[in-house]
Write a protein that binds this ligand. Structure first.
Ligand SMILES: C[S@@+](CC[C@H](N)C(=O)[O-])C[C@H]1O[C@@H](n2cnc3c(N)ncnc32)[C@H](O)[C@@H]1O
Length: 232
């Protein structure tokens, strides 16, 4: 374990940084001290243990590194995480939402087994073996309203999945963060064309685009959309 100077992120509560803001290293405070989840570095500062959060390994970290205007994180929020994988990003969200709850939906049995193994000590993660294309199929496992949906599924119909889940679970004023991977939607067309089409589907589905953030610097062919219900 090494030492470094760590301070609060100027905008996102429970996110921490070291170094100059424009080129900062990011961290979350470890909810389960002494344990790392996927080999990430543990760093101690003033008696607190932090987990390094690498934007090249986590699209949520990449999004925060790109300084979005919208603040979508809160320590008390209830999240629905679609495409939870084996626990990399969801474990950092668990550090951030220390008083909240995260339902993690994943359809690959191998990944969900690893997710359970990697995060069993984290009481605010509820792993769900489910298919994000069919939100009603996991309704029995989700027993609170959702403040924020985070979606990172490598699927062709990403906008439709976001709409279906948001219609089903998202609170009226809630937000959805949708990581679009153009290659999974259409590997032939130019990413810009794919993104435009997905945005149009979301708008036609009753959602407005709050922000659109390109994270190509960290993850090739990925754009992150922040959307809300269009209720005006
Ligand atoms: C890019 S990986 C997710 C990585 C994870 N978000 C992280 O940062 O730690 C995409 C995940 O979505 C899952 N996935 C793809 N389609 C899905 C679906 N229809 N329902 C649930 N999970 C799905 C895959 O099995 C895979 O684990």
């Amino acid at each position: 374990m090494s030492r470094t100077d760590i301070r609060n992120h100027p905008k996102f509560e429970n996110v921490y940084i070291s170094g100059p803001l424009e080129n900062a290293k990011m961290y979350t405070k470890n909810l389960t001290p002494g344990q790392n989840v996927y080999g990430e570095k543990l760093v101690e500062y003033k008696g607190i243990e932090f987990r390094e959060w690498d934007p090249y390994r986590s699209k949520l970290a990449a999004l925060i590194s790109e300084n979005p205007i919208t603040n979508f994180l809160s320590p008390d929020a209830k999240f629905l995480y679609l495409g939870a994988g084996s626990g990399t990003t969801i474990s950092h969200l668990s550090d951030i939402a220390e008083n909240g709850l995260i339902y993690g939906v994943e359809f690959a049995e191998r990944s969900i087994r690893q997710l359970i193994q990697n995060t069993s000590n984290r009481k605010n993660i509820i792993p769900i073996l489910g298919d994000a294309r069919f939100p009603e199929s996991y309704a029995k496992s989700i027993y609170t309203g959702i403040d924020c949906i985070y979606q990172d599924v490598a699927q062709p119909n990403q906008a439709h999945i976001a709409i279906a889940n948001s219609n089903y679970y998202l609170k009226k004023e809630g937000m959805a963060i949708v990581a679009l991977k153009s290659q999974s939607i259409d590997s032939v067309s130019k990413p810009e064309k794919v993104y435009k089409n997905e945005k149009e589907i979301l708008e036609a589905g009753g959602y407005k685009l709050v922000e659109s953030i390109n994270i190509h610097k960290y993850a090739a062919n990925h754009l992150i959309l922040i959307i809300k219900r269009n209720i005006t």
